[in-house]
Ligand binder design. Structure first.
Ligand SMILES: NC(=O)C1=CN([C@@H]2O[C@H](COP(=O)(O)OP(=O)(O)OC[C@H]3O[C@@H](n4cnc5c(N)ncnc54)[C@H](O)[C@@H]3O)[C@@H](O)[C@H]2O)C=CC1
Ligand SMILES: O=C(OP(=O)(O)O)[C@H](O)COP(=O)(O)O
Length: 340
């Protein structure tokens, strides 16, 4: 069994902990919080040993009736590999802790590529993670871009990509962020970080991305245009999407044309937390123009798509020798996840 610690039990960390627990070859040895909170209570209810970043806060937890297993340093020592899901910028500061105890670690997309020197996407570079001590799973948006661009590149070759990310303003449980009534250019400069971020995984792709933020909480929406090297074939693209285990195809007859419709669908499917681990490509948007231009819309559930990638990354780094396809299949099967 691969012993996994999750440092930072928040939006991403709690989902990674649940996904890891569902795997037959992994176990959670601990999760961490900084202060007593609703999520700390949930960690206890899930049976995850709870460790704290600042052990001097132990009394605060105990007076709230929350049992503490020890300090984050103790948690790290108990693990084979640490998934660092602390807020962007904090994770990089934890690197010396992982080095101190000689542990493998995986960071999230809020950290720069340099934190690990290697950025990961299950369907693009699984084998390159093998034997590494450190890796970073690219951000939710970049994960969505990696999946579909790799697919198009494999099918027809991709000459260049131009994409706009319409980003959610805050996660559903976050009442501090906005905007409440604005469309915010984020960033106002071009390109956004997503293109260069994609190139940390697929360096040969010519890509320019732009991004803005809107007052929603569930999912980002991508407007994608790819110039193909060869003449595109819509039916072939659709077939490849249907066969891709991490890309779902939203069919026109469903009437789903929005992130709201997808949220309802995920909920009706009985997905935990309404999570959509797959990218959601709208079938009717998939269009070939002038033979070689491919257009499509895809929605990305920011809280979910990176979760399954973290599980594969753990397996690539700390597991038995296994192929990407085998790991992806095992991860998904263990979660009862079949792309829509
Ligand atoms: N929320 C999202 O939609 C996505 C987030 N990410 C990335 O995942 C990472 C985590 O983001 P979220 O889960 O959204 O953040 P979050 O704020 O929801 O959770 C972070 C957790 O880390 C804990 N924490 C803070 N400082 C800590 C420390 N020093 N030691 C241990 N725990 C500490 C907090 O208590 C909190 O539970 C970031 O790099 C972010 O960019 C990636 C994809 C999507
Ligand atoms: O990794 C994400 O987005 P990103 O790919 O746009 O950086 C997550 O949705 C977190 O984004 P945030 O930095 O707006 O919280």
């Amino acid at each position: 069994m691969i012993k996994v610690a999750v440092n930072g039990y928040g939006t991403i960390g709690k989902r990674v902990a649940d996904a890891v627990s569902a795997q037959p070859d992994m176990e959670i040895v601990g999760v961490s919080k900084t202060r007593p909170s609703a999520e700390a209570v949930i960690a206890g209810k899930r049976g995850y040993p709870l460790y704290i970043a600042d052990i001097s806060k132990k009394a605060d937890f105990e007076s709230a009736g929350i049992a503490i297993a020890g300090s984050v340093e103790e948690m790290i020592q108990a693990a084979d590999i640490v998934v660092d899901a602390t807020p962007g910028g904090i994770g990089a500061k934890n690197r010396e802790l992982y080095e101190k105890y000689g542990k493998m670690a995986i960071w999230q997309g809020g950290e720069a590529h340099d934190v690990a020197g290697f950025s990961f996407s299950s369907s693009c570079n699984f084998d390159d993670a093998k034997g590494r001590t450190f890796a970073r799973v690219v951000s939710c948006n970049t994960t969505g871009l990696c999946r579909i661009i790799k697919l198009a590149d494999d099918a027809f070759g991709v000459e260049k990509v131009r994409a706009t990310m319409v980003r959610r303003g805050a996660d559903p449980g976050d009442s501090k962020r906005g905007p409440v009534d604005a469309i915010v250019l984020n960033p106002v400069t071009i390109p956004s970080h997503h293109g260069p971020d994609l190139q940390t995984v697929l360096p040969e792709i010519d890509i320019v991305t732009t991004a803005l933020v809107v007052p929603t909480t569930f999912m980002h929406m991508h407007i994608l245009q790819m110039d193909l090297k060869e003449t595109g074939d819509r039916d072939k693209i659709l077939e490849m999407i249907k066969n891709h285990s991490r890309i779902g195809l939203i069919k026109g007859f469903t009437g789903i044309k929005s992130t709201a419709g997808l949220k309802e669908y995920a909920s009706d499917l009985g997905r935990p937390r309404s999570d959509l681990w797959e990218s959601c490509v709208f079938e009717d948007s998939v269009s070939i123009v002038d033979d070689k231009e491919l257009y499509l819309f895809q929605a990305i559930h920011q809280e979910a798509d990176v979760v399954v990638e973290n599980v594969d990354c753990i397996r690539a780094m700390a597991g038995d020798d296994i192929t990407a396809a085998e790991s992806i299949a095992l991860t998904d099967r263990s979660l009862n996840f079949e792309a829509i």
